[in-house]
Write a protein that binds this ligand. Sequence first.
Ligand code: PLP
Length: 254
Amino acid sequence: MMKTALTIAGFDPSGGAGIQADLKVFHLHRTYGISVAAAITAQSSTGVSGIVPIQARFVKEQLRVLLADLTPDATKIGMLYTGANVRAVANTIMKKGLRNIVIDPVVFSSSGKRLAHREAVEELKRCLIPLSTVITPNLYEAGFLSGVRIRDVDDMKAAAERLSELGAGNVIITGGHMKANAIDLLYNGSFHEFRDRKRAGQFHGTGCIYSAAITSYLAEGKSVLKAAELAKVFMGKAFTSTFSTGKGMRLFGI
Ligand code: PLP
C-alpha cells in the first residue's frame, strides 16, 4: 500500500525549500506527497523578497477537501506565517486525529527574512507544538523558541528540555549551523546525538529537506529515533548534490 505524507507549508518558486522541496523528498522516499499552501513567497536562491499569506479559512478548506479523500500516514508542518493559520492547522489535526506530526518551527530564513508573525510563534508554542510527534528546530530556532543561548551541545540539551516542556514528545535540534561538527540532538526523555562533518557554505532549504525526510520515515512506520538516524544519512547524501546558480545560496539538486 502506497504511503502518503502531507506538507502544510509555504510555496517556494525557487524549488529549494517549502512545499516544492518537501514533495521532492517524499517522492525520493517513494511516499505519495500531498500539499496545502499556507503562504506564497517570492524568492530565489538569493533570498525572500515577498510573502502573501493564504487566508486561514482557505487553508482550512484545502485541508477539509483533501482529508475527506485520504488520511496521510504522516504530516509535516512548515511555514504557516500567521497565528490564524496555526490555529486552523491545530484545529484540523485535532478534529481529524492526524498522527505522526512533524513540526519544522520556521521563524527566519537563512537570508534573514521573518517567516512567521510574532503571533504565529506564540500560537505555535501554545496550540501546535503540544500536538506534535516531533519538532525539528535548527540552532537559531531552538534558541529563539526556548530562550536558551546556544553555544555548544550542553546548551542544545538545555534548550531541548525546555522545548519538550512545551509538549513536544520528541525534540530534534539540527546542528548544521555549529562551528565544528554538525551534531543533531534528539531528546525524547534521554539524549541521542547524530554526528556528521560540517559542510562549508550557505544552503537553501536544508531545514525543510531534513524535516521532510523525517516525515517520510515516520510515514513508513519508523520510530523517531530511527528516522533521525536515517535523516542524517540522507542529508549527507543530499549535500553531495548541491549546486549554485552563481548568484545566491547553494540549492539541493535532489
Ligand atoms: N521559504 C520557505 C517557504 C520555507 O519554508 C523556508 C524554510 O523553512 C525558507 C524559505 C527558508 O529556507 P532557507 O532558510 O533554507 O533559505
